[in-house]
Design a protein around this ligand. Sequence first.
Ligand code: ADE
Length: 223
Amino acid sequence: MLRIDVLTLFPRMLDGFLAESMLGRGIERGLLEVKTHDLRAWTLDKHRTADDRPFGGGAGMVLKPEPVFAALEQLQSPGCRRIYLTPDGIPLSPAVAQELSRQQHLVMLSGHYEGIDQRIREGMIDQEISIGDYVLTNGTIAAAVLIDALSRFIPGVLGEEKSLTHESFTGKLLDFPQYTRPAEFRGMSVPDVLLSGNHAEIEKWRHDRAMEKTRQNRPDLLK
Ligand code: ADE
């Protein structure tokens, strides 16, 4: 079973997220285990200081090495993967998520403020991951995104195994449109072909719509 430890200044940000939906059910059913840890528990002074001003000057604060080293030394295990969530990391992709889903133990560090002391990255981090080219105020949300994305690759977390294969990015096309009952709603009808029972026609229609959608929204995927 995959175990994930998340080290963050805002552990409560993850509580609701981990309790809900597919992920909550996966944890409840023992398919994975996620524990959050408050970085301030490893600070040594009475003000519980986790950050300090950058050497060389500049705006913002930098996460200090001492509490992070102490925390990661306690949380890590032999062979675990230590991940730092940061906008300057390698981009998260389905391949990255799937590879991580096959590990035994992940330890995630979510950054905050303007950065972290470089010695943490060099001494305690195996992999730096970005969830996209935008900057969040807090890497804890990025850790939540990563956990969610990789949990979908753990057998049993998604109800139907099948729902993985037909999705955006696992092939090279975006999704085709879906409809459910009623067949007519406020004057808008479901395309006839989907009601026809002709599976070859339905497959072709879905493929054509997926191509059209991909050309419109993500032409880069077709190159
Ligand atoms: N922390 C802040 N922004 C982030 C991003 N885009 N990806 C990962 N961690 C982050």
